[in-house]
Design a protein around this ligand. Structure first.
Ligand SMILES: [Zn+2]
Length: 160
């Protein structure tokens, strides 16, 4: 498969701003619910544009992914946007991980967590125009068939 590096052509800053708006339409607050003042400077900029803030009221350190399905992710914002786009379009996980050179098991696990979160009504970063409860399953089912087929091949009885 030829991987066209769309994710490398996307602006990390634009993708970050999109995810911030999508995950926190009412604005950012700390894990204890204290609102982040709009003029507060980040506490840690080492992973810009993903920055950490420290709550002035309780001292909690957080970023836009804290307490979401993307908590502690190591993916760049553009990678997250490309994965969400693929999930929303029902693209099999294997295709996405091949094209984007990502680890298949961890992306499939993340996809399952996103589906669970969507069912619970949590925000996962999908555009507001996408009906989240219609996140298609066929891609994941195809992945599971693929995975099962692989496991069957691996566990086939060996001669001797
Ligand atoms: Zn706080």
């Amino acid at each position: 498969m030829i991987g066209f590096p769309i994710d490398e052509l996307l602006s990390e800053e634009e993708c970050y701003q999109y995810l911030k708006r999508s995950l926190h339409p009412e604005g950012l607050s700390c894990p204890n619910g204290h609102e982040l003042p709009s003029d507060q400077a980040p506490h840690d900029r080492r992973r810009e544009p993903i920055v950490d803030y420290r709550c002035r009221e309780c001292g909690a350190v957080f970023n836009i992914f804290t307490d979401t399905v993307w908590s502690k992710t190591h993916y760049d914002p553009s990678t997250i946007v490309m994965l969400l786009r693929g999930f929303a379009k029902g693209v099999p996980t294997k295709w996405l991980t091949d094209e984007m050179d990502l680890a298949y098991p961890s992306v499939l696990d993340r996809r399952h967590r996103i589906q669970e979160a969507v069912q619970k009504g949590e925000r996962v970063g999908l555009p507001s125009g996408v009906s989240e409860d219609r996140l298609p399953d066929p891609g994941v089912e195809a992945d599971e068939m693929y995975q099962n087929a692989g496991e069957k091949r691996r566990s086939a009885p060996r001669s001797g």
